[in-house]
Design a protein around this ligand. Structure first.
Ligand code: B12
Ligand code: SF4
Ligand code: SF4
Length: 402
């Protein structure tokens, strides 16, 4: 496939000496590697105003305690600098960041649409699976996939293709784990603007996409500098108004209030005052993106490795609650959901069951309230107290099961 692109390259690009990066080359090779689009950002000099502004924002965010228990965001180097706010300190050779975008939008309902009674919500990004249909396995069931692995493999393919095209250079590929705030570089690369919900939005794609980055020693010529995408949020405040836990102020998030943090990253008990707001979200949260007008016409992805597993859209809470450790592993090993761990996932289910007000969940909650896991036992006891007992039959049909 890559040869298609190389056949159009000027012959000098095929020599081993390094030539400067060109946005069009990176974009073409990134698409060949399976991305939706890509761009290149220059890493600003440490004393550049841009760099200082972002560094200050990030430092203040950490200092205000907005990162909660996400210790990896707070790591500092030997000079006391936050590792994620100083790419140049960690990698003095780094000059540019290739930012790649992978669309994961699916032609499926939104979390804010009417849903079957007793169903929960798993974040759209965590539905992903490998679509069957290859000649060797035409009828195979969908296997879970994790965007970290999927994107990293593509970044490495892109990295290799670039070396083949322009010669050797220093580089590091990252999805989430690198010493940088990826969205900052997506903005510098001109791929989108920072929305009031803090996501990167692209005028054509909306915000249902992942980011992956390659730090490189390659320089971007002045003529290739990308234009920043203008902020198109205007006077809209839908995301801020819709956030059930008031985690957002314009362009800022207090992650300790965000349902995504609470259901994925937070270990132990979830603060009681935030449990009502969690509603039926059991892993992650899509609300501030589901209400965003820029996502209304977002194109649906046709990515075989990031295809939705339909069973995970509006899943029945009691189907998930009935899973034992082994079944949980079968459904979610190799998927982002495993980050919540089995007990954490059941803690989330208990809160959603409590919020449902459905009495048929009482037997499960009663059993879990005696669990050896203190967070699960406590969440279940809370859920039992919250039960409104309006549905006393316990027999009503629950949402769709696979
Ligand atoms: C930690 C983390 C989280 C935390 C904290 C989120 C947050 N807002 O920071 C939690 C667990 C809550 C989370 C949730 C989600 N996450 Co997350 N997360 C990350 C991670 C690993 C680090 C982010 C980080 O460093 N945050 C620190 C804060 C300070 O960053 P920030 O809010 O973006 O602010 C910076 C800039 O935007 C800028 N800035 C701030 N204010 C302003 C104002 C203006 C006007 C401007 C111009 C700039 C600006 O300065 C800040 C400092 O540099 C990144 C991957 C990575 N390595 O970057 C993924 C990442 C941001 N997450 C991602 C996703 C998909 C999600 C979820 C959608 C998952 C879900 N459905 O539950 C939600 C979205 C929630 C939301 N509204 O943002 C994607 C986002 C893709 C996109 N299109 O934006 C990323 C990039 C992962 C990836 N590789 O694709 N996430
Ligand atoms: S992901 Fe959910 S909880 Fe987090 S800021 Fe958005 S709407 Fe609020
Ligand atoms: S909902 Fe409105 S304010 Fe929020 S990110 Fe979308 S356009 Fe911006």
């Amino acid at each position: 496939m890559l040869s298609l692109v190389f056949s159009h390259l000027p012959s000098r690009l095929c020599q081993s000496n390094v030539v400067p990066l060109a946005q069009s080359l990176v974009d073409a090779l990134a698409r060949e590697a399976g991305f939706t689009l890509a761009g290149v950002a220059v890493i600003p000099a440490r004393d550049a105003s841009e760099s200082k502004e972002e560094r200050t924002r990030f430092e203040q965010w950490i200092d205000f305690g907005n990162a909660g228990e996400m210790e990896y965001l707070k790591r500092r180097n030997e000079n006391g600098e936050l590792i994620r706010s100083s790419v140049r300190t960690a990698f003095p050779w780094a000059q540019s960041v290739i930012v790649c975008v992978a669309n994961y939008n699916a032609d499926q309902p939104r979390s804010i649409d009417p849903a079957p009674e007793g169903s929960g919500w798993l974040a759209r990004y965590a539905w992903s699976g490998l679509r069957p249909g290859s000649e060797s396995e035409p009828a195979a069931p969908m296997r879970p996939t994790d965007y970290h692995k999927v994107l990293l493999k593509r970044l490495e393919a892109l990295d290799a293709a670039l070396r083949q095209a322009i010669g050797s250079f220093e580089s590091r590929c990252y999805v989430d784990t690198g010493p940088l705030v990826e969205r900052v570089y997506a903005r510098y690369a001109g791929l989108g603007w920072t929305g009031k919900n803090t996501c990167i939005l692209n005028q054509q794609l909306g915000s249902w996409f992942f980011l992956g980055v390659i730090l490189t020693s390659l320089e971007l010529p002045a003529a290739e500098l990308p234009a920043f995408a203008p902020d198109r949020c205007g006077t809209c405040t839908r995301c801020i108004d819709a956030c059930p836990t008031q985690a957002l102020t314009p362009y800022q998030m207090d992650a300790t209030r965000c349902i995504s943090y609470l259901t994925i990253e937070k270990r132990g008990a979830i603060p009681e005052d935030l449990r009502d707001g969690i509603g039926r979200q059991i892993f992650g949260c899509d609300i501030c993106q589901d209400v965003c007008p820029w996502n209304n016409k977002a194109p649906v992805a046709s990515d075989p490795e990031l295809s939705p597993r339909p069973e995970l859209v509006n899943p029945a809470l009691d189907w998930l609650a009935a899973m034992d450790d082994r079944e949980f592993g079968a459904w979610f090993f190799g998927s982002p959901v495993k980050r919540a761990r089995f007990d954490g996932f059941r803690r989330n289910l208990a809160i959603a069951m409590g919020n449902s007000g459905l009495a048929r969940f009482r037997p499960t909650l009663e059993a879990w309230s005696r669990s050896a896991d203190p967070a699960l036992a406590e969440a279940s006891a809370w859920a039992l107290r919250k039960q409104s007992a309006t549905d006393t039959s316990g027999l009503a049909a629950v949402g769709r099961r696979p």
